[in-house]
Write a protein that binds this ligand. Structure first.
Ligand code: THU
Length: 129
């Protein structure tokens, strides 16, 4: 059983692995699958800046490529409690608007909400004919 505290702790560890030499803004994510498995991610920047991938999407891509598609929660850790970007909100919504989102710093939980709270009216798989 993974507690919220443990999920945030895993995101804190993932944040330490961020590769962010250009922005110096390190982000860590920990995504809890319905199987109970946790997939971590960090932002991975690139000298060709637009090739950067965010921590949240790293975690989602790791999980889905390992066969997990349903999620309970995601913890996102930054030094200032920043919230997931629009692209990450959309990618998280694909796999569950009701997923809980724990936004934290390494010191404390800043905000708890759902993906739907962060991206109301998301374009979802059900919107495709
Ligand atoms: N970043 C994330 O990893 N997740 C977000 O939701 C917001 C932004 C990263 C991308 C880039 O490496 C750095 O933060 C600054 O934008």
């Amino acid at each position: 059983m993974i507690t919220d505290k443990n999920l945030v702790a895993q995101a804190v560890e993932a944040q330490k692995r961020a590769y962010a030499p250009y922005s110096n803004y390190a982000v860590g994510a920990a995504l809890l699958g319905k199987s109970g498995r946790v997939y971590t991610g960090c932002n991975v920047e690139n000298a060709s800046y637009s090739m950067t991938i965010c921590a949240e999407r790293t975690a989602v891509v790791k999980a889905v490529s390992e066969g997990e598609r349903e999620f309970e929660a995601v913890a996102v850790v930054t030094d200032n409690g920043g919230t997931p970007c629009g692209a990450c909100r959309q990618v998280l919504a694909e796999f569950g608007p009701e997923m809980r989102v724990l936004i934290a710093t390494p010191q404390s939980l800043v905000q708890e909400c759902t993906v739907a709270d962060l991206l109301p009216g998301a374009f979802l798989p059900r919107d495709l004919p």
